[in-house]
Design a protein around this ligand. Structure first.
Ligand code: HMG
Ligand code: MG
Length: 313
């Protein structure tokens, strides 16, 4: 569709991985069900990472199994694409055992963040992806790639554009079907984003590029618009604006799904998502994680035709 963007929902993975309250599988599956009922077609439901490193993601196999059971029962649409994060071969083997048909690998653009997040250098992380890609091919599993700290690192500061471009090329050569460009700690500005994507699309087709913006400094919507204007049509967002990486100090949530949907719908650009249903899901998630969600639209709701605003959380 010409006037449309694709939303990749991060709430159940990036959204929950940094939360103090760990949600049980039943609650996470109910969130998945309601997200798909709101029109979400691509969602990351968890991560096969070490539970010692990220205890919040324990139970991912159960989430995948229960989500597929709901698909079988006709509760979740058949075409829903579930994905999980995998850092290495062990994670990939767990992903295969779970029956999931898509995984995401992730590499950093700064050595210090790579070490803190996955305990190895960038080079080593790419070596770990080789068996992951071989297994993916054998089992016909789609692989998405993330590049983190593309605009700045919590330990090293600025990250050079040239390094990001080189790593994007390297990741693309591995055979990932899409690369998500991450502003892990929300430091980018719209000018930088425009320049970065203009350069990136010379080495990776723009259709295969996604934007993953954390909203730490309130720049995420502007950054999304900047990326959209240079042709990017896929954006990672998180219900309620939850998110952050436990190994990226200072990083707050991903841009809120509701805020992004509100912006695009207002511009006449389709997302396929039902904004009211997303807003309605906010209070339940806030109650479960025991704090209000950062999303702006999630708080005040959708403007009704008569100018009434729906109830607050
Ligand atoms: P390590 O401790 O160096 O691993 O962790 P190891 O290979 O030395 O193994 C130690 C133990 O971990 C062994 O078990 C392994 O079997 C086990 P033991 O013999 O001691 O019983 N192990 C695993 N267990 C479960 N799942 C696995 C796995 N691999 C080894 N996959 C490791 C290395 C990569 C596992 C660890 O550092 C890790 O799990 N890191 C994940 C950190 C993470 O999830 N960060 C957040 C996601 S990234 C992000 O948020 C950014 C993103 O959103 C984009 C953006 O915002 O820019 C994607
Ligand atoms: Mg992230």
């Amino acid at each position: 569709m010409k006037n449309a963007v694709t939303i990749v929902e991060m709430g159940l993975r990036d959204g929950l991985q940094n939360e103090k309250t760990v949600l049980d599988a039943e609650t996470r599956v109910e969130i998945a069900r309601r997200l798909t009922n709101a029109g979400v077609k691509r969602l990351e439901v968890g991560a096969f990472v070490s539970p010692k490193w990220v205890p919040q993601m324990a139970g991912t196999a159960e989430i995948v199994a229960q989500s597929f059971a709901l698909v079988k029962q006709g509760v979740i649409p058949k075409k829903t694409e579930f994905s999980v994060l995998v850092p290495n071969e062990k994670g990939m083997l767990d992903a295969i055992a779970s029956g999931v048909k898509e995984v995401a690998i992730f590499a950093a653009c700064s050595e210090s963040f790579s070490l803190k997040n996955i305990n190895c250098s960038i080079d080593e992380s790419f070596k770990r992806f080789e068996p992951v890609m071989a297994l993916a091919k054998k089992h016909k599993i789609k692989v998405r790639g993330y590049l983190s700290t593309c605009f700045g690192c919590p330990f090293e500061g600025k990250v050079s554009e040239a390094k990001v471009i080189k790593l994007a090329q390297r990741m693309y050569k591995l055979g990932v079907y899409e690369i998500s460009i991450g502003d892990t700690i929300g430091v980018a500005n719209a000018g930088q984003v425009e320049l970065m994507f203009k350069k990136l699309k010379k080495v990776v087709p723009v259709k295969k590029l996604a934007g993953h913006f954390h909203d730490t400094r309130g720049q995420a919507l502007a950054n999304i618009l900047a990326a959209y204007k240079v042709g990017v049509k896929i954006f990672d967002t998180s219900l309620g604006g939850l998110g952050g990486c436990p190994y990226a100090p200072g990083a707050t949530g991903n841009v809120a799904t509701e805020d992004v949907v509100y912006m695009f719908h207002g511009m006449g650009i389709k997302t396929g998502l039902d904004l009211s249903k997303l807003v309605d899901l906010n209070p339940m998630v806030a109650e479960k994680i025991q704090h209000p969600l950062p999303s702006k639209v999630g708080k005040v709701g959708v403007l009704k035709p008569l100018g009434k605003v729906s109830a607050q959380n």
